[in-house]
Design a protein around this ligand. Structure first.
Ligand code: MG
Length: 372
């Protein structure tokens, strides 16, 4: 995206967790001042592969926080799965940077803390998540107090029309065949359970400061309308584009300007129809849990997110069934005592607690089955 933009944009620091080969390749191509690898096992290989370049190599989890605070950086784009990147995001917010947020954790897990920190330090938070980018763009058609509701669209995932027994016994392979977007395995599973949309309700709530009651979900299998905003006068403003993440990434970088870029174009005359339907909350239990968690606030979303990540990991490893994912999350939420106004450490503790609970529930269940 940056390569295709006009002058004035430069990748100053790049990071990866373990993909050191790709990071080295990108370092050679884009010549950033810094590169950071969080998984220390790869630091040596990375250092060797860029030895001939004038680049500073940082490693370890704290490397992200180091680069996010660099004086010369204006925009920090974050796409770090899990809670590892939270400290870096908060550090960038304290420095008053523009934050372009691609992953859900900063706003889901630390939504209250992050939005407060950003406000106090004049940091902007811009969404890269396609639905939230759409809402952000549509919101510019009116004022904040003129918003009636926000409507998040969802492709419905691979089980939109499946029967309950098909969902119950879904294999990893069936779950990973997403109809529209090509994404990593974790997010594709989230799309099948609709946990993805549940997390996006929480994300929208914090990002736009809109009450949970005003956020709705609509299934839209064609994934052309990326979301809607309805205003008090009845006007509904939609953002449409070809499903291509290059556009939300670019808009977060160039806002408030729009420039020509590399995003795919929407061929309106090739669209035969656009369909919308209400989601079945009975079939997609994760969605109702998402609303409950958004209401509860505090540490609830940290638990919701971590329990999901742990359960999805277990499903992908073949240790639990597809339907167990949401059951485990719900069980975890029921056992959790929500703490409000949590600081970063308390959020991280809630995250660790939830992961541990998921493991314990599974081994308890396995012990029981062995006895039988
Ligand atoms: Mg999304």
């Amino acid at each position: 995206v940056i390569e295709a933009l006009p002058e004035g944009y430069e990748a100053y620091a790049l990071s990866a967790n373990s993909s050191y080969k790709l990071l080295a390749e990108q370092a050679r191509r884009y010549k950033p001042r810094y590169i950071a690898i969080t998984n220390e096992d790869y630091a040596r290989q990375l250092g060797e592969s860029v030895r001939d370049l004038d680049i500073e190599v940082l490693s370890g989890p704290e490397a992200l926080t180091q680069i996010a605070q660099l004086e010369d950086i204006d925009i920090v784009l974050t796409a770090v799965v899990g809670v590892v990147g939270l400290d870096a995001v908060l550090a960038a917010a304290k420095k008053g940077k523009r934050l372009a947020i691609a992953n859900k954790e900063p706003l889901v897990v630390a939504g209250e803390l992050l939005t407060k920190t950003a406000k106090e330090n004049g940091a902007e938070i811009l969404p890269v998540d396609s639905e939230h980018s759409a809402i952000f763009q549509a919101l510019q058609a009116g004022c904040a107090d003129e918003v009636e509701r926000i409507i998040l669209t969802s492709s419905g995932g691979p089980f939109r029309q499946a029967r309950f027994d098909q969902i119950e016994n879904a294999t990893v392979e069936q779950v990973l065949s997403h109809p529209v977007w090509s994404m990593g395995p974790k997010i594709t599973v989230d799309s099948a359970t609709m946990m993805n949309k549940a997390l996006e309700i929480i994300e929208a709530h914090w990002l736009f400061g809109v009450e949970v009651e005003r956020i709705e979900v609509l299934i839209h299998p064609e994934s052309v309308v990326h979301s809607f905003v309805e205003f008090v006068d009845g006007s509904v403003v939609a953002q449409m584009a070809a499903p291509d993440m290059c556009l939300p990434i670019q808009y977060a970088l160039t806002y408030p300007s729009r420039v020509a870029g590399i995003a795919k174009r929407l061929e309106l005359d090739e669209l035969s129809r656009l369909t919308f339907e209400k989601p079945d909350l009975g079939r997609f239990r994760a969605l109702s849990l998402g609303y409950d968690v958004a209401h509860a606030g505090g540490t609830a979303a940290a638990v919701f997110n971590a329990a999901n990540e742990a359960a999805v990991g277990e499903f992908l490893a073949g240790r639990i069934k597809f339907i167990n994912i949401v059951e485990l999350i719900e069980d975890c939420l029921n056992k959790h005592n929500v703490k409000t106004g949590a600081n970063l450490q308390e959020l991280l503790d809630a995250d660790a607690w939830a992961r541990d609970q998921v493991k314990k529930s599974i081994s308890r269940h396995q012990r029981k089955s062995t006895k039988v």
